[in-house]
Design a protein around this ligand. Structure first.
Ligand SMILES: Cc1cc2nc3c(=O)[nH]c(=O)nc-3n(C[C@H](O)[C@H](O)[C@H](O)COP(=O)(O)O)c2cc1C
Length: 220
């Protein structure tokens, strides 16, 4: 067996003490449960629980996925930011739907969010960017995300210039920097279990339900 296969076979999931989850006591809508699980992930020492995978598909229907940073989760939905001119930005312009996947292994938990994507106003994107770090502004000012890079030196030069501008002009605008909101149509909470009796609770938007949400358990 190669080192790779040896390492791969030696790894386990769900072999630590995992928290209990009783879907019967879960809130009536998913946002409250997401906030509770997020805070629990932070308290449990989960590293970077705010970095979900974001899946999109363009006009050709081919799926794509990458990591982004969660900027908020509120009544409007799950917020993230990126360049409208990036690959994901173009895909979202063609097909404004996405899925987010959070995995918090310390607690054996996964959260999946799917739904239509809307774009916040530029004023909101600007405010969001300027509430962040100089590094975040410098990264946004560097621009050209997902374009082919001719050489590392070209990046170093553009990044130096962007950092200098971010430091000298903290109010500088990054016109393509866009705040996206995934409006939840479905949100699924997965609690892993050592005996593989994983619990899956899915909230599905249902205008006929008093809470606006149908809740259902899924086979693992
Ligand atoms: C931990 C982490 C956080 C990231 N956060 C963001 C983000 O908030 N926005 C963003 O545009 N890219 C972010 N990236 C980079 C993306 O994963 C990706 O490389 C980039 O957005 C280009 O994706 P695209 O070509 O599919 O558009 C992050 C990457 C990592 C590893």
């Amino acid at each position: 067996m190669s080192d790779f296969h040896h390492a791969l076979r030696s790894l386990r999931v769900w072999d630590t003490d995992l928290p209990a989850f009783d879907p019967a006591t879960a809130p009536e809508e998913p946002l409250a449960l997401f906030h509770a699980w997020f805070l629990a992930a932070v308290a449990a020492g989960q590293t970077e629980p705010h970095t979900p995978s974001l899946a999109t598909a363009g006009a050709d229907g081919r799926p794509d996925v990458r990591t982004v940073m969660l900027h908020d989760a509120d009544d409007r939905g799950w917020h993230f930011a990126s360049h409208a001119t990036s690959a994901k930005g173009r895909q979202l312009a063609d097909r404004p739907e996405a899925a987010l996947g959070f995995y918090w292994p310390v607690q054996g938990r996964q959260v999946r969010v799917r739904g239509p994507v809307t774009t916040a106003s530029h004023a909101e994107a600007y405010a969001d960017l300027h509430a962040r770090t100089t590094g975040a502004l410098a990264a946004a000012l560097t621009g050209r995300q997902s374009e082919v890079l001719d050489s590392p030196a070209a990046l170093a030069e553009a990044s130096e210039a962007a950092w200098a501008r971010a430091e000298a002009e903290p109010d500088a605008d990054a016109p393509t920097w866009t705040l996206y909101v995934v409006e939840p149509a479905e949100v699924e909470f997965f609690q892993g279990d050592a005996r593989r009796r994983h619990l899956r609770l899915r909230y599905r938007r249902d205008p006929g339900a008093a809470t606006g949400w149908a809740r259902e358990l899924l086979w693992p």
